[in-house]
Design a protein around this ligand. Sequence first.
Ligand SMILES: C[S@@+](CC[C@H](N)C(=O)[O-])C[C@H]1O[C@@H](n2cnc3c(N)ncnc32)[C@H](O)[C@@H]1O
Length: 215
Amino acid sequence: MTTHAHQESLTPAEHRAYWEDRYSGEHMWSGNPNGPLVEALTVRPVVGETALDLGCGTGADAIWLAQHGLRVTGVDIADAALRQAAEAASSAGVADRIEWARADLDDWEPDRTWDLVLASFLHSPAVSDRAPLLDRVREWVAPGGELIVLSHLRAPEWREPHDMHLPSLREIEKCLGRPGWSVESAGETVTDMPSPEGAPGTRVDTLVRVRRAAS
Ligand SMILES: C[S@@+](CC[C@H](N)C(=O)[O-])C[C@H]1O[C@@H](n2cnc3c(N)ncnc32)[C@H](O)[C@@H]1O
């Protein structure tokens, strides 16, 4: 994600407009599912049938999950992102397995739970601390289900550092590892990310999987 001016003081309407604007131009992401997530779920697949993708953007992770047998709900603050996501799901032949919902997660209150809840790079220049949201998200995970949080930790060397707080692995583990939850895995992942001009670079992310007790 490129660096943008820090936007801590945005109202909810401005926050939405910020993301609508970012998605209104050229396609922002690669269209491929996130590598560290695919790797983690290939080693240990999801147990269950349903998944919720928080801040799903243009839908690549949601589509990958649907292609692997899950019924998926993808939520994002930006309609413009969801339009691209729906188009990509149709092209991939999984439109009937994914429901897209436009909502601001900061006040969204779903009335159901999912076997997997995923937050892939749910970063925003407007929000420095995702802990309050992750606290609410816990309730959206079905008993026995899991929550996966994939976060950026360090931008590639050729790119300016992110202009927002990026939580350390310890911070995320501390936030997610509560009574009634077990940390199934927590680690840093390194992904090759050369610059558009071909200069070498690596990005460091964190991936934490926690499971809710079955009852
Ligand atoms: C860095 S992008 C990541 C997109 C996607 N998960 C991925 O990994 O490619 C962050 C996404 O979160 C969404 N987002 C940020 N704040 C949100 C909020 N409060 N409610 C819903 N979506 C939000 C943005 O619109 C954006 O699509």
